[in-house]
Design a protein around this ligand. Structure first.
Ligand code: AMP
Length: 289
């Protein structure tokens, strides 16, 4: 694995590789790597001839400064994981490499309604920050294929929109969620949970699984879709509240538009496309979102 810290060096190396016919797969991360990240790398390695991974904790996407300060950093361990996973190139830039003119007064993007709903509503400015860093990374790496996790469903939609706005041709791959044995989605922030919080955090998976099963089964006879969906959400919120979560939202939405159901297709899941209905949850366990 070759490690680059400077954009110029990375640029030159990738140009050279491209000239020899290499295709580039890219996995951007903020480090504190786990098996979820490695799964994206595995998919990239099957798709492209050269896999680039970046580790950069991007300050412009943190709406909460405490969250930024407490973001876990485990670089030595990350490097070993990436080397074992067979990553060819690691890009590890410092702040001034990514933002040579500082992080104030950066460009903004027209993200449409995606910016003001769900994550956009609860984390103002977050998606602008995601676009600011992703634009720089994608301009630099110029990947053929980009791999991001379905765990951050709305983020995938935002980055697809950025690619569209910039007029780039990049194959976007939305990759499956990797979970711990007890169902909790792997996440860098999980290490911040104390043992009791970590145990209670499994309630998210229980709530999601129940909602998925009941949604797939469809509404009982003579129930209005609106009441039925409201009831499903209420039960999920109760499960989370019982586990001492502070819930920001539990929503069931159209997977293509993030419009609230049942405005679109109540009770219908397009299993083959995996984009029928999507349940999105944000909640705090202790201090960890
Ligand atoms: P992060 O380092 O949290 O910014 O995540 C980097 C990438 O890994 C993003 O595209 C995430 O969606 C993805 N990712 C994070 N956790 C998981 C997981 N448990 N399963 C699959 N992908 C994940």
């Amino acid at each position: 694995m070759i490690l680059f810290k400077k954009t110029g060096d990375l640029n030159r190396y990738l140009d050279q590789q491209r000239r020899t016919g290499a295709t580039i797969g890219f996995v951007p991360t903020m480090g504190a790597l786990h098996a979820g990240h490695i799964s994206l790398i595995d998919i990239s390695k099957k798709t492209a001839t050269l896999t680039v991974c970046s580790i950069f904790v991007n300050p412009t996407q943190f709406n909460d400064p405490k969250d930024f300060q407490k973001y876990p950093i485990t670089i030595e361990k990350d490097i070993i994981l990436l080397e074992n996973a067979g990553v060819e190139v690691l890009f590890l830039p410092e702040l001034d490499e990514m933002y040579p003119d500082g992080t104030k007064n950066l460009e903004t993007y027209d993200l449409g309604p995606l910016e003001t709903i769900l994550e956009g509503k609860y984390r103002p400015g977050h998606f602008q920050g995601v676009c600011q860093v992703m634009r720089r990374l994608l301009q630099l790496v110029k990947p053929d294929d980009l791999f991001m996790g379905q765990k951050d469903y709305q983020q995938c939609m935002i980055v697809k929109r950025l690619i569209h706005l910039m007029g780039w041709t990049i194959n976007f791959h939305t990759c499956p969620i990797i979970r711990e044995a007890d169902g909790l989605a792997m996440s860098s922030r999980n290490v911040r949970l104390n043992p009791a919080e970590r145990q209670r955090a499994t309630a998210i998976y229980r709530a999601l699984s129940r909602m998925k099963d009941e949604y797939t089964a469809g509404p009982p006879p003579d129930t209005s879709p609106t009441h039925w969906l409201a009831d499903l959400k209420k039960k999920a919120k109760n499960t989370l509240n019982d586990a001492e979560f502070r819930v920001e939202y539990v929503e069931i939405v159209d997977g293509k538009t993030l419009d609230q159901l049942p405005e679109t297709a109540p009770g219908r899941v397009e299993k083959s496309k995996n984009t029928g209905a999507v349940v999105l949850v944000a909640a705090f366990q202790g201090e960890v979102r």
